[in-house]
Design a protein around this ligand. Sequence first.
Ligand code: IFM
Length: 457
Amino acid sequence: MIDPKLFADRFPGDFLFGVATASFQIEGASKADGRKPSIWDAFSNMPGRVFGRHNGDVACDHYNRWESDLDLIKAMGVTGYRFSIAWPRIVPEGTGPINEAGLDFYDRLIDGLKARGIKAYTTLYHWDLPLALMGDGGWTARSTAYAFQRYTKVIMERLGDRLDAVATFNEPWCSVWLSHLYGIHAPGERNMDAALHALHYTNLAHGLSVQAIREIAPNVPVGLVLNAHETLPGSDSAADIAAAERAHQFHNGVFFDPVFKGEYPADFLSALGSRMPKIEENDLEIISQKLDWWGLNYYTPMRVSDDPAPGAEFPATIGAPPVSKVQTDIGWEVYAPALKSLVARLYGRYELPVCYITENGACYNMEVENGAVDDQPRLDYYVEHLSVVADLIQDGYPMHGYFAWSLMDNFEWAEGYRMRFGLVHVDYDTQVRTVKKSGKWYSALAAEFPKGNFKPD
Ligand code: IFM
């Protein structure tokens, strides 16, 4: 096994090692202290949507166990914690009354992080849209973007003085395409027109949120977290290479281009632009405000071939087979080189600010045996992907930090609790946490930082 102390030498002394979670996936306490349902509470209680009809009612019970969970993070020696805030705890109906008890929870959490010397990296939206907003159309309605701006203001006014960084959205690809086109995530729509509306209004909400953050807490670094896909052609035929470019536009460009270039990608627009909602005069200006950082969530590459079906809808691609034979338990190809080529490609195409790997990790479902979890394949995955991050730093890319997904096993969306991504195992019957072999290794690495002659502020 690679010695984490030696491995640490490949990273600069001020590199941030952290762990990440999201509100709906860990908090539970779905009805506590004024929280109202989100679209995921509704979705997970519908038949056939989530494996075993699992839901977020209890999850990891983090809402009640946050202090011991923060102690665990501290004991792991990491210096950053990336978590998300549940909109339905703060503005339970999406618009209307503010719920002070919800704000109090995050107040305590952030103070708890500060008291332990851990940096607070907050995400404002990690998919738990207040259910009441579905009455107006959810993300397919322009009004939701303004409701999000108002929620942002509430958060920044109360918590902005103690946040080390804020991200507006986590993986809008999921809350747009996976949720409105592929029907896999809440609200489970399968409709291109709805998805195109959700796309533009999500981008607008991001921009409106950035405006609010700048106005209220100008010192908090603002970013956006994207699960950019390395869209690799299934062969070196011209048709597959063109398909990979279309896939880039559809899966990455529709977020990167408006945010970092102030426009939607040309081929995407000519194929689907007429079905998008009206783009108002200042929308693209609002969306493309300068960011301080961006976050990359990377797990696996996307391999595509040209879809030969006549009239196939843009991006007109079909999946191509994996190249690597190694897969995680959720069936995702393990292929670390794509992380390197993806970062290089994105910095080649866009003027991007500094980057944090805001999520990376692997699903393996090993259980506790004799008090321990031997998850060597996850450990190997971390070593392989962190090596790539170290290479990227050496090549001069501005990689500032890395958050492992996830601190602990949690509600894996449509897969429920059967898929485990944690560095820490959670026994959902007893809520006992057990640090896995990978967690011990990661913690030994993280504990080396900050290091050398770097002086933290
Ligand atoms: O669990 C999710 C997380 O919420 C967002 N990024 C991908 C993870 C694994 O699927």
